[in-house]
Design a protein around this ligand. Structure first.
Ligand code: SIN
Length: 491
């Protein structure tokens, strides 16, 4: 068992935070350490009725919160970010405990998460509207930016803190109160954020955290006319259900859904850099990010050399408990994630794929798996058709740039894509030909708070981070102001 000792034990909460209090419940849900398989603790499994209380409480706060100044909201967001950094180690320990990622990655995620609070706090002061040149002398025309209203955010287990702050940061900055529903697999990071939000000075209705099974809580969000915005990060399957249900009350919705990121290596690429980028992109969070390289497309002439270099790097990865020194790959989140990885490997093998390294469950047992490289994968393999969300790098050779474009654009998703080349003309041409919300050129890590993160096609709607992220939580109000040129007749 991990059981990390925390410097600030009050960050570890087993109650939900809503309607002004930390509240328990008789119905509980177990949270499991993915590394040991042991129970970490339990949290309330909240119902629709309890969710309604949180929504009503949020609605009352919304009226007050919308009237605060951007400067005030910026100050609280900054306080919150600073507190996260102050408690970085404890927050990272909680994250590794419930999510399994190596402690160094959890520390990195806490910094990443805090950066969204800092960034959107700064943006809060700059939510300018427009004065629009008028078509009539006596009219003045304006556009104001107003908060959308109560925002419900549904966040995933793979980034238990950053996906909360990437949504709550812009929402709060825009003047929207937030009800967070973290994944039932990783609620403790979210609850720790609620402790720090209180300490930062947020009113209790500005940031609430509901725990439990997703369906009753999400259904209540969807059915309530008081909730004006839903933001979700997770699977395309669930995103489609939310989109359909949100239509009933015409709610604003942002969806950050699955990807199937291609990683293309052209023959003129710097192969050393390409392998470095591949390792970053593929193996971050044990392959469990929606921007992880999922399909490797390598030009035939460099296929043997790229594969050999990748195998060398992958076979050195240290797998283990995220708390252990030097570990680079933790466990898969649970047996479902593990089973999907196994299915993808078996399927690729059955269609002619050749395992170059890994391929088996790890000797540590449980949810641990060997980082794996398979070559000779066919285009119709499961691992090329859908996200694996695990440490598998399948490789397919291609002959021409046209082939690469066709394969990259096949399929329904378009989130992140990566390619390596040293040809400047190709950089423009290829970037413009591929269907993706994000294109990373000669670089394996594209995520940062300043950029618009999001996808096209079935990978989602809307953008998070960047100066655009706050617009997801704003409505434009047009003011048409008559009688503004009383002296017009005298000229
Ligand atoms: C995700 O996997 O959903 C987010 C990844 C990132 O922010 O880099």
């Amino acid at each position: 068992m991990n059981d990390p000792s925390l410097a600030c034990t009050s960050l570890f909460r087993t109650s939900s935070f809503y309607a002004g209090h930390w509240q328990s419940s008789e119905k509980r849900i177990r949270v499991i350490d993915p590394a040991s398989g042991e129970e970490i603790g339990t949290v309330p499994n909240l119902s629709g009725e309890e969710t309604r209380k949180a929504i009503e409480f949020a609605d009352a706060e919304q009226r007050r919160w919308a009237k605060t100044t951007g400067k005030y909201r910026a100050k609280l967001l900054r306080n919150w970010a600073d507190l996260m950094l102050l408690h970085k180690e404890d927050l990272a320990k909680i994250m590794t405990w419930e999510q399994g990622k190596p402690l160094s990655e959890s520390m990195g995620e806490i910094e990443y998460a805090a950066s969204f609070l800092e960034w959107f706090g700064e943006e809060a002061k700059r939510t300018y509207g427009d004065v629009i040149p008028s078509h009539r002398q006596e009219l003045r025309l304006l556009a104001l930016r107003e908060p959308v209203g109560v925002s419900a955010i549904l966040t995933p287990w793979n980034f238990p803190s950053a996906m909360i702050t990437r949504k709550a940061g812009p929402a709060l900055a825009a003047g929207c109160v937030v009800i967070a529903k973290p994944s039932e697999l990783t609620p403790f990071s979210a609850l720790a954020l609620a402790v720090l939000a209180q300490e930062a000075g947020f009113p209790s209705g500005a940031f609430q955290v509901l725990t439990g099974e997703p369906e009753p809580i999400a259904n209540e969000f969807l059915e309530s006319s008081l909730v004006r915005k839903i933001s979700f990060t997770g699977s395309t399957r669930v995103g489609k259900i939310l989109l359909e249900k949100a239509a009933k009350s015409v709610k604003r919705i942002s969806l950050e859904l699955g990807g199937n990121a291609p990683f293309v290596v052209f023959s003129d690429a710097d192969l050393k850099e390409a392998v470095k980028g591949a390792m970053l992109s593929k193996f971050r969070n044990t392959g469990q990010t929606c921007v992880c390289a999922n399909r490797f497309l390598v030009e035939q002439s460099v296929l043997p050399e790229f594969s050999a270099r990748l195998v060398e790097a992958v076979s050195k990865l240290k797998v283990g408990n995220g708390f252990d020194e030097g570990v680079q790959q933790g466990p898969l989140i649970n047996s479902l994630g593990f089973a999907k990885l196994r299915r993808h490997i078996e399927d690729a093998r059955s269609r002619g794929g050749k395992i170059l390294t890994g391929g088996k469950p790890h000797s540590l047992g449980g949810n641990f798996h060997e980082p794996t490289v398979i070559t000779g994968v066919s285009e119709d393999s499961l691992c090329f058709q859908e996200e694996t969300f695990g440490p598998l790098a399948p490789i397919l050779g291609f002959k021409t740039e046209e082939d690469a474009v066709r394969i990259v654009n096949s399929g329904k998703t378009g989130l992140a894509s990566y390619f390596y080349t040293t040809d400047p003309a190709r950089i423009w041409r290829f970037s413009e030909s591929i269907e993706a919300g994000m294109v990373s050129i000669n670089e394996g890590l594209l995520s940062t708070e300043q950029v618009p993160f999001g996808g096209v096609k079935e990978s989602g709607i809307g953008r998070e981070g960047s100066r655009y992220g706050i617009e997801e939580y704003q409505e434009l109000k047009y003011l048409c102001w008559g009688g503004q040129d009383p002296l017009a007749d005298s000229f």
